[in-house]
Design a protein around this ligand. Structure first.
Ligand code: GLN
Length: 510
């Protein structure tokens, strides 16, 4: 066994962070429900998501209204941008592990996102794509690494970790909710320039929040090259900074030619898998088993997001065509519900779910991660069954109940809470320290695939043509939702069946 294998193999999960480090032990031995550093990461991520979801909300409308793209092209380009954003988290995670460390990656990502937002703001019509490319690469450096730092606040045996990620996840959704509403309103009704500037301003707040908190993070997120001579380390770091700028024209090419998206998606997944398997050879068999378990969770999450992300596609069209504009007697645009209900439910229920996990852990009743994922799929199945069942409330014109639609979002949120924050948490438990960024990047790469497959599924459901009667559209979409409900249930059952195997692979990790 090589020296590195011994060093890594004798340590489990985050304990390698600890070593002899008092600073880390102090952070991880916190009292109460949450470590205090979590709040800074919470706010920093909240503002980043404000910027991200604000930009995301504006993308399609902006491309149609200002860049005069057809709706079809705008949708395709939107899908490509989303896929690339999440695909770059893999690269951001990888370079954080190898060269920059989480802190510098995060600040570099924030700087790129700030530059991206202000670039678009300076001349929205002309600089849109170059600004978007900066944002894509920037998010890649920011997003996975802040989540990994949340995990590092906990000892590997600390049962409070899932609750911490639950709280962090509320922050994500507060940002998503506010950004999604405010920036789209400012852009659409006031000025696109100001809306994109707002994205830049909130990113500055995000970055400052993080920089101010760095001193409380002990050794968390420091460079993996601490022991390499300073000059050499600086050279590597500068190479990463320059490399990430040099890659911008390629990203630009990929985003502006959506035909390349398919190619990119076919290549990046297999390449990351090959890379992962090569890296795995450096570790002990216990470590390798845990990484395989992480891979199982990652693969199931692709399926989850492929269904869940119907919200941005087929469900928004379903909301547009087939829903009453009345919510318990109040006039409400169904698309507003479609775009915000999930965030609102997450904000309310995520901390509560976290506290339930902690309470169950105290009674030794907390379900393990495989069961939580299984539950995630059961809720997903139930939610799509409700979307399907809503057809029974339709009137003769094919319009159905907004209340039932909202109920489905309520149910799907519990599925998300059993899978998404838990997934972040389990990545930080199962990956050895030198691979934490990479595995977090792979977790988000699964979201890229999820988004991609979601588009294909949604297109497959759009069987009624555009001018078909609304009743036909209702039947077409709800038939699709019934299928998704069945597949989600099957996925949940498969997870339950293979759970003994996955738990074996996870060793002592729950
Ligand atoms: N909504 C969550 C976020 O923005 C999860 C995104 C995802 O992994 N698809 O972080």
């Amino acid at each position: 066994m090589s020296q590195r294998q011994t060093a890594v193999g004798n340590n489990e999960g985050n304990e390698i962070f600890a070593g002899n480090d008092d600073g880390l032990a102090k952070i991880q031995n916190f009292e109460g429900k949450y470590p205090k550093q979590l709040w800074a990461l919470f706010f920093s991520e909240m503002w980043e998501r404000f910027c991200f979801y604000g930009m995301r909300g504006m993308l399609t409308i902006f491309m149609v209204e200002k860049l005069l793209l057809s709706e079809k092209d705008a949708n395709l380009r939107y899908g490509a941008i989303q896929a690339f954003v999440y695909a770059f988290t893999f690269i951001g995670g990888l370079f954080a592990d190898k060269v920059l460390g989480f802190r510098k990656s995060l600040v570099w990502g924030a700087l790129l996102m700030i530059a991206g937002s202000f670039t678009v703001a300076a001349a929205p019509e002309n600089l849109f794509y170059i600004g978007t490319c900066l944002t894509i690469v920037g998010t890649g450096f920011f997003k996975p690494n802040i989540s990994t730092m949340v995990g590092a606040l906990y000892r590997s045996d600390d049962a409070r970790r899932d609750a911490g990620f639950g709280l962090f996840y509320s922050g994500i959704n507060i940002g998503a909710f506010l950004g999604g509403i405010l920036m789209v309103m400012v852009g659409k009704y006031y000025s696109w320039s100001i809306a994109f500037s707002l994205a830049g301003i909130v990113m500055i707040i995000s970055m400052i929040t993080f920089i101010l908190t760095k001193k409380n993070l002990g050794p968390i997120g420091l460079s993996p090259l601490e022991k390499v001579p300073e000059g050499k380390r600086k050279t590597y770091e500068i190479a990463v900074y320059i490399g990430s700028l040099l890659v911008l024209p390629i990203v630009w090419l990929l985003v502006t030619n959506t035909a390349y998206t398919d190619m990119f998606m076919y290549i990046i997944g297999p390449v990351t898998l090959i890379y992962l398997f090569m890296e795995m050879r450096k570790y002990s068999s216990v470590e390798r088993n845990k990484l395989l378990a992480a891979l199982v969770f990652i693969i199931f999450s692709i399926l989850f997001w492929a269904f869940f992300e119907q919200s941005g596609g087929s469900l928004s069209l379903f909301a547009l065509y087939n829903l009453h504009h009345s919510f318990f007697g109040i006039n409400l645009d169904p698309n507003v519900v479609n775009n915000s209900a999930n965030s609102v439910f997450v904000i309310i229920f995520s901390p509560i779910a976290g506290l339930i996990w902690v309470a169950l852990a105290k009674k030794k009743l907390e379900p393990n991660t495989v069961v939580k994922f299984g539950l995630g799929f059961v809720f997903l199945a139930l939610a799509f069954w409700v979307f399907f069942y809503s057809r029974n409330f339709a009137d003769a014109n094919g319009l159905t109940s907004l209340e039932i639609f909202t109920l489905a979002y309520f149910v799907i949120t519990f599925g998300e809470l059993c899978l998404s924050p838990i997934g972040l948490s389990i990545m930080t438990k199962l990956a050895p320290k030198p691979m934490q960024g990479l595995m977090m990047g792979m977790w988000f790469l699964a979201s890229a695939y999820g988004q991609y497959v979601a588009g294909l599924l949604g297109a497959g459901m759009a069987t009624a043509d555009e001018n078909a009667p609304l009743t036909d559209k209702l039947i077409a979409y709800t038939d699709g939702y019934k299928q998704l409900a069945i597949y989600a249930l099957v996925a949940g059952l498969v997870l339950l069946i293979i759970s003994p195997l996955v738990r074996k692979l996870m060793h002592e990790v729950k």
